[in-house]
Ligand binder design. Structure first.
Ligand code: ADP
Ligand code: MG
Length: 470
């Protein structure tokens, strides 16, 4: 063994102490010492795949350089040699792949049924049901709509990327698909791809397992308009983020238009690399907010008309007032009305029937009682609960099993969960370090009661009223 090789295991040990275990296993465990040259100024390292090399170069260059510098102080240049051909490599597994496979066993021969993991290049994945024709432009989305429309004539030049964010059911998917359809009309030869980031992750994993990374990269490199929906799902998927980062850069440099949606603003995304987040902010960031009453009524009447559901103005107001969170729920109510009309063969429902249907909708739909989250805090909710139940905060947060107190506690947890959108573990901590399963159980119980027990729904309604007037 040449003397210089002796230090190689120390280099690896050093890296091992600096990166996570799964990163080490995935990217470093099969690096080999090949040789040093140029009077010790160069080191050549064997890597199992070009992708492995690229990954290290992009993510762990510093760690590798430092470790090599320690034991090979003269080295100024690091070279790689891809030691195994694509057909014979054992898989180096990114974390998301380790997580998705049942065990740590190496992936065996690719499954031939996976060969269709990428849809045909000519398929855009667009759903014809989402067009501008049936998208109602209201105050809540008009800015997002105008930004999107502004790029139709000269994609890739004006705002790139466009980043649209907003909570669920407010029309993000509909809007970006409508842009896709519009672009297909105006640029029929365009290669347009709509994809959710979840699908992107899955395609990447399959491409990786099938050793088709080049094909995967090529597939996305040739896109003219990339619509990537719900980007928040690539959080913590490091290897996918790496590939997406390069895809993004290539498309961006080639002036190809990218439109991204997310459930939150770039800055508040968790588990997504800073360099990606900063790229998300390069072009135009625009939000879609909750529609106000007027907007909800506009959307509702348009949809009712399209669905052939007859609503009088009072009914329209009643529905729009009662469903104030998201548009998908408005559609849900219309579907129910339509079904009822079909069954009863009536031309329209009476106001009472609509009211009844809305009341029935409520228990299925705990999030319905939407408070303006920005003005509500855990403490205000706690105060309102205490007021209604006439008990102290210490009672609610404590461990008494008295029926009334336990119910107050569970209702408070339920508000924290469904109104403040806090996670079960976070809520557990706020209740004297209770386990998250206890919180989950409490919230489930309230959801069940909401379906069967009007006393509980009245209590919740009263707390809501208290919160609005406190
Ligand atoms: P998101 O992607 O933000 O969760 P979607 O785009 O899936 O929301 O919208 C939810 C439903 O509401 C879809 O059926 C969509 O067609 C409808 N919708 C949302 N916004 C509008 C709008 N402005 N006009 C018409 N329909 C809308
Ligand atoms: Mg969506």
């Amino acid at each position: 063994m040449p003397a210089t090789q002796e230090y190689w295991p120390l280099v690896l040990e050093n890296i091992k102490s600096k990166v996570t275990e799964s990163s080490y296993k995935a990217w470093f465990s099969r690096l080999e010492f090949v040789s040093t040259g140029n009077q010790g100024r160069k080191i050549i390292i064997g890597v199992p795949s070009a992708f492995n090399k690229q990954y290290i170069e992009n993510k762990f260059k510093g760690e590798l350089r430092d470790a090599i510098g320690k034991y090979y102080p003269q080295v100024v240049h690091i070279d790689y040699k891809v030691t195994q051909t694509n057909d014979t490599i054992e898989m180096d597994q990114p974390e998301e792949i380790i997580k998705t496979s049942d065990s740590h066993q190496t992936v065996t021969r690719p499954d031939p049924s996976l060969s269709t993991y990428l849809p045909s290049k000519s398929l855009s994945n667009l759903n014809p049901k989402y067009t501008f024709d049936n998208f109602v432009v209201t105050k809540n989305n008009e800015l997002a709509v105008s930004v999107c429309k502004s790029i139709v004539d000269q994609p890739g030049t004006m705002y790139n990327p466009i980043f649209i964010y907003g909570s669920v059911g407010l029309g993000k998917t509909h809007l970006i698909q409508a842009i896709g359809q519009k672009m297909l009309e105006t640029h029929p030869s365009f290669n347009i791809k709509y994809i959710t980031s979840e699908t992107f992750v899955n395609q990447f994993i399959l491409a990786f397992q099938k050793r088709k990374m080049d094909e995967f990269r090529e597939y996305y490199r040739s896109v003219d308009l990339l619509l990537i929906d719900d980007i928040q799902f690539i959080a913590s998927k490091e290897a996918t983020q790496e590939v997406f980062f390069h895809t993004f850069n290539e498309l961006h440099q080639a002036n190809k238009q990218i439109i991204i949606t997310s459930d939150r603003a770039p800055k508040t995304l968790v588990g997504i690399e800073e360099r990606l987040v900063s790229r998300f902010e390069w072009g135009m960031v625009v939000d879609i907010v909750k529609p106000d009453l007027e907007s909800r009524m506009a959307i509702l009447s348009d949809k009712a008309m399209r669905m052939g559901v007859a609503l009088n103005p009072d009914q329209c107001t009643m529905i729009a007032e009662s469903i104030d969170s998201n548009i998908r729920e408005l559609e849900g109510v219309l579907n129910k009305i339509k079904a009822k009309l079909q069954i009863s063969m009536q031309p329209s429902l009476s106001d009472e029937e609509v009211a009844l249907l809305l009341n029935k909708t409520q228990p299925d739909n705990p999030i319905r009682i939407n408070l303006d989250v920005s003005t509500q805090t855990p403490d205000r909710i706690l105060q309102a609960v205490c007021k209604l139940f006439a008990i102290s905060k210490a009672d609610v947060l404590g461990s008494s099993r008295q029926k009334n107190i336990a119910l107050a506690r569970q209702i408070t947890m339920w508000f924290y969960k469904f109104e403040l959108d806090l996670s079960y573990p976070t809520i557990g901590k706020m209740f004297n370090g209770r386990d998250h399963t206890t919180v989950m159980h409490g919230c489930n119980k309230i959801n069940k009661l909401l379906k069967t027990d009007t006393k509980t729904s009245n209590k919740i309604q009263t707390i809501k009223d208290l919160l609005l007037h406190m």
